[in-house]
Ligand binder design. Structure first.
Ligand SMILES: [Zn+2]
Length: 200
């Protein structure tokens, strides 16, 4: 919901107070629903809440996989978290353990009905993320379909690769003993801190 200014809130309050008592509640609901409609809602959250009809191919307490309604090819599947998170790195320990198993099942199924599959996770606008909700596209491929993935690699060298390895080792979260629960909030804060530090 967009944030109302203090003045707007006061105006609404004043107006509601001026109405006969029995009209206050329905009028307030009507006004608030207008503000709610102005907010663009996350389609993945709406699908998780069952507010957008979907064709589910997998569901558990944490994840939902549905068929894309505008598929590249038949079987194009969207796998996403039910909770609103933006990135793979925001998955909690349990979710990150489970997601591999779910992808394996889906990849097995889709692999049997296609010539190949792309498993695609786009994170950040630059990478083509359209909504701020973590989603993995599993795309069955056929020869000469409409999907194009290509890039031009630039040659690197040993010292560049060694330096990059050092950076990755430095920022990569270290595995902790199982008995110590990982504080997800701290991990998330740390991720964004490092991400900002490494911004080009
Ligand atoms: Zn969402």
């Amino acid at each position: 919901m967009p944030k109302l200014t203090k003045e707007q809130l006061e105006q609404i309050q004043e107006y509601i107070q001026s109405l006969p008592e029995e009209e206050r509640e329905p009028k307030l609901k009507e006004i608030m629903s207008q503000f709610e409609q102005e907010t663009p809602q996350c389609p993945f959250c709406l699908m998780s809440e069952g507010k957008i009809p979907t064709t589910k191919v997998y569901e558990d307490g944490e994840f939902l996989a549905v068929l894309e309604i505008n598929p590249v090819n038949k079987g194009h599947t969207l796998l996403f978290t039910k909770r609103h998170i933006r990135l793979f790195a925001e998955l909690n320990e349990q979710e990150s353990e489970n997601i591999g198993k779910i992808i394996k099942k889906l990849a097995f199924a889709l692999g049997t009905i296609s010539e190949g599959i792309n498993i695609l996770d786009s994170e950040g606008k630059t990478a083509g993320q359209k909504f701020d909700h973590f989603v993995i596209n599993l795309i069955p491929r056929t020869k000469d379909d409409s999907m194009k993935i290509s890039w031009q690699g630039k040659p690197s060298n040993e010292s560049e690769l060694a330096k990059m390895k050092e950076i990755i080792f430095e920022v990569m979260p270290k595995d902790k003993p199982k008995s110590i629960p990982i504080n997800e909030d701290i991990l998330k804060k740390e991720f964004y801190k490092l991400k900002n530090k490494r911004k080009p």
